[in-house]
Design a binder for this molecule. Sequence first.
Ligand code: URA
Length: 236
Amino acid sequence: MGNDELLELTRRLRRRVEQSPRCCWRVGLVPSGERKTNSASRLAEIAERVARCQLCPLGRTRGKTVPGAGSPEARVMFVGEGPGFMEDRRGEPFVGPAGELLDRILAAIGLSRQAVFIANMVKCRPMKDPSRPEARGNDRPPSPEELSACRPYIAEQIRVLAPRVIVALGAVAARALLVSEAPIGRLRGTWAEYRDGSLAVKVLPTYHPAALLRNPELKKDVWKDMKALRAELEQG
Ligand code: URA
């Protein structure tokens, strides 16, 4: 075996060991109770910074910031695009009709909001017409500038949680996390990888629950994806 092959093998092995939930390099031999408190306080600290954030114009028009919510020990992260009308009022992710469907999807594979971490690519509500925050149908996807201004927050949340799997909900999250231009119909159902320095996390892109509400035909594909997620988690 040549030097290059040996180096590549060492890198791959190190990555696998670092990603293992039992890895002492990753968790620094910290007992699990302390680890939980540590992640919880780091996530709370990110949320505090988000609450003061003015890195893009959404900071001036938002109601509440929506940093994300769930378990500080989550093995699975669900990432959507950005808060809508209901989320902006409550400060919690996925609490509108799409959120109710997400709850049912989680339950179907034995998960719950309390067991996972749910976040968005952007933490403030993008609106078509910011002068009419109460108007229905006023939500829009985040712009590339908003996505890049907010990216450090989701990146930090992923580093803190170092989850086993990220489920990217919809095209915006899937493309942003995977740095891809491909359509969601092509990305969904295929395992990919999110990389940040030495951290590598498996990503499963699937359709956004709001897309399922508009087009129930897509449900069968999401069900396939959720079965793949469950099988992956069962591997330990
Ligand atoms: N859609 C999203 O992408 N995120 C939410 O939090 C709610 C709806």
